[in-house]
Design a protein around this ligand. Structure first.
Ligand code: PHE
Length: 387
């Protein structure tokens, strides 16, 4: 019976009844493995042979997870072995496995090394000729490994964080996998509200989704504020990843980044919102920057606005970057809707607040004059090493 036939049968079918029989059987397997190895080394050493393919085929024959000889021994001999033989079979099986991966076993590199020795060529890895490998002038500088750099989006995110940290805001984060409640309902967008259609949502199941904006963190933060006793005001920004079912193009990516800002206190007015965002725009885009607020609509703010900044390239005269308008739209904002305060557990009679949301990716594109959002996510070092 060949080895291949034997490993298809159980110990019982092979008539192996004791430890001595087990030993005999594994000896035979071990010998067969060595013999096949030698045969491969011999064949692979011939002119025109392909040592790599031969070595890999041998390794697969014995070690492939599916249907390799060792796997079949495990399944047909070890697993169904009678209890009194289990220990003996297990021990032998383990040492067979070890020798299969030892230096005279079935490792592809090791077989190739043997082939090289037979061919008369010293394998490079084993017998390094010190002289040949060392540069002749030891005082020459070595090879320099290039350092990585901070991704432009993270760089801009940190810049934005720094500005708001300087104003006393804290950084909060929330989950990217969010409940429909936090992403929509709590933000005053009930299931039947047409505004849900504005978000190209990626649902996980009917109650769970990848958040379409960072606004759900507003609710988490308000809940936490209330849990912690609600002392002082709530002043936070929340940077993070958002997801929408958008096809990738030069200005869209199904994954993108936002920063949300939220201020809730007993005496917040629209003037605070304007003042804060104008200060932020000047810090980020430069002191000459002017801001403009246009009425807009978001279900979670009332009133709502769209913020534009004077073009940082042409200073408002009109150019290609601002499409000749002199202005660049940079974020949505507004006074937190009383329903949203209530959903966060905060009394809208006593408290008021403002919020904004901006896209970090677009800010980064504006800052570095980048015309394709896809560049951020392709991992091309020729792009990334410019930052
Ligand atoms: N969440 C809005 C969006 O993603 C932006 C926004 C945030 C608007 C906060 C107003 C207030 O489009």
């Amino acid at each position: 019976m060949t080895i291949d036939e034997k490993i298809g049968k159980t110990l019982q079918e092979l008539g192996v009844k004791d430890a001595a029989g087990v030993e005999e059987l594994f000896k035979e397997v071990g010998a067969a493995m060595q013999q096949e190895r030698l045969l491969v080394v011999e064949r692979a050493s011939a002119q025109g042979a392909e040592p790599l393919n031969l070595a890999k085929a041998l390794r697969d024959r014995w070690l492939a997870r599916k249907n390799g000889i060792l796997t079949r021994i495990d399944e047909n001999w070890l697993k169904p072995a009678p209890r009194e033989l289990k220990a003996a079979v297990g021990k032998k099986f383990n040492s067979l496995r070890l020798s299969a991966s030892s230096s005279h076993g079935l490792e592809v590199d090791e077989i190739i090394a043997s082939v090289m020795i037979v061919r008369g060529a010293a394998p490079k890895l084993r017998l390094l000729s010190a002289e040949a490998e060392l540069p002749s002038d030891l005082t020459l500088p070595g090879l320099r490994r290039s350092l990585g750099s901070i991704h432009p989006i993270i760089r801009v995110q940190r810049e934005i964080e720094d500005i708001f940290l300087g104003l006393g805001f804290k950084i909060e984060t929330g989950p990217e996998i969010e409940s429909v409640y936090y992403n929509f309902d709590a933000l005053n967008i009930p299931e039947t509200h047409p505004a849900r259609d504005d978000f190209d949502t990626i649902y996980i199941d009917s109650k769970t989704l990848l958040r379409t904006h960072t606004s759900p963190v507003q609710i988490h933060a308000m809940e936490k504020f209330v849990r912690e006793g609600g002392q002082g005001g709530l002043y936070i920004i929340t940077p993070g990843k958002c997801y929408r079912h958008d096809n990738p193009d030069a200005t869209h990516s199904p994954m993108f980044h936002q920063v949300e800002g939220l201020a809730v206190d007993t005496d917040i007015t629209f003037a605070d919102l304007k003042g804060t965002l104008d200060y932020f725009a000047k810090k980020f885009f430069g002191e000459k920057t002017r801001t403009s607020f246009t009425p807009s609509f978001f279900p979670f703010t009332e009133p709502s606005g769209e913020v534009a900044v004077s073009c940082h390239v042409c200073d408002g005269r009109g150019c290609r970057t601002c499409k000749e308008s002199g202005w660049i739209e940079v974020m949505g904002c507004g006074m937190v809707h009383p329903h949203v305060l209530k959903n966060g557990g905060i009394d809208p009679e006593r408290y008021s607040g403002w919020a904004f949301g901006l896209g970090i990716d677009r800010f980064t594109m504006a800052r570095y004059n980048i015309n394709d959002i896809q560049l951020f996510f392709q991992g091309d070092v020729r792009f990334l090493e410019q930052f």
